[in-house]
Ligand binder design. Structure first.
Ligand SMILES: [Zn+2]
Length: 146
């Protein structure tokens, strides 16, 4: 004979279940007894896990949005840089053209312009370009006269 832990009733040794309170004495019987509790626990764990996944998803989506925004800004900067380079090339071409037509007048005009507005970086740059053109032409003349 053995004693049921729950109701203290004496039970036959080979019994699988307490005849009074229904307590199971074999492993799977105990597992089955706890199945509803386990289900609730697993359901809660699933909900918790789903919430974590959802949060991760939001974080990932926000990160992806930031990456897209960042690359959009970089693209804008690149487009602006290319446009600036193109306009600066156009300016250089225009200066070359004017240099070929009348270099004294052009240089004089540029220096007048800088005197009126000494903070104008564009005029300053144009004068530098103009002077480098002058150097290029002088070098060409020197090479030709050799
Ligand atoms: Zn019992």
């Amino acid at each position: 004979m053995k004693q049921c832990k729950y109701c203290k009733e004496n039970i036959a040794n080979e019994a699988k279940k307490c005849k009074v309170c229904g307590e199971p004495f074999y492993f799977w019987g105990k597992v089955i007894k706890f199945t509803p509790v386990m289900s609730i626990f697993l359901a809660a764990a699933s909900i918790w896990f789903a919430m974590i996944q959802y949060e991760y998803k939001i974080v990932a989506v926000n990160h992806a949005k930031e990456v897209v925004e960042e690359s959009r800004i970089q693209e804008e900067v690149a487009v602006r840089t290319i446009k600036e380079m193109q306009s600066s090339n156009a300016r250089t071409e225009e200066l070359k053209r004017r240099y070929d037509i009348n270099r004294e007048t052009t240089l004089y005009e540029l220096e007048q312009k800088l005197e009126e507005n000494p903070d104008n970086l564009r005029t300053r740059q144009e004068i530098l370009i103009f002077k480098s053109l002058e150097n290029d032409k002088a070098r060409e003349r020197r090479l030709r006269s050799r």
